[in-house]
Design a protein around this ligand. Structure first.
Ligand code: 2AM
Length: 168
């Protein structure tokens, strides 16, 4: 099974992101991601045996980070992965802490965290991108998610969700 840890924007932020995506003029084979699939990947685990699931659930449940506001404020084309993303120019400290904990606990290499939501995939030609106003939401939980590829778009199933701590 193919797994990753991620967080989902709330409904209002997803609607605003869909509005930004709708204004992209993409050429084939570029295609928009369905708004219900918008997410911020925290750690991509990849293909693992089902027997590893229990360990990953334990990892998720053992982590502690405060909740935070995510502000996506930069529309970007990333040629290597052929995606258009709404990215955050500033990474919330608590998300960086969660990302670091996740990578240490799972033994994943520490690349660099660039908080983003992918809005379009298979984008071959650099699209004209407008500046975007910040789209923010309060991230209060994160999830372990199963990804099933094979359809036009991956199907995601949330397997478990854990809270980010409220610290007034
Ligand atoms: P994304 O976060 O930039 O959109 C589930 O497949 C999610 O994990 C996708 O959203 C995807 O990119 C991210 N992902 C897929 N393959 C990856 C890889 N090899 N390394 C890092 N992230 C990956």
């Amino acid at each position: 099974m193919r797994l990753f840890f991620a967080l989902w924007p709330d409904a209002d932020a997803a609607t605003q992101l869909a509005g930004v995506a709708a204004r992209l003029s993409l050429q084939a084979p570029g295609r928009l991601v369905q708004p219900r699939n918008y997410h911020v990947t925290l750690a991509f685990i990849g293909e693992v045996a089902e027997s590893r699931l229990a360990v990953l659930r334990q990892v998720g449940g053992s982590l502690h980070a405060p909740h935070c506001t995510i502000a996506l404020d930069s529309l970007e084309f990333w040629p290597p992965s052929r995606v258009v993303v709404a990215a955050a120019q500033e990474t919330p400290r608590s998300l960086l802490s969660l990302w670091t904990q996740l990578h240490e606990a799972t033994g994943l290499p520490h690349a660099q965290l660039r908080v983003h939501v992918t809005l379009a995939r298979k984008v071959a030609q650099p699209p004209v991108l407008q500046a975007m106003s910040a789209i923010s939401w309060s991230a209060t939980n994160f999830s372990l998610v199963r990804s099933e590829t094979g359809g036009v778009e991956s199907a995601y199933t949330v397997l478990d969700t854990w809270p980010l701590l409220y610290e007034p």
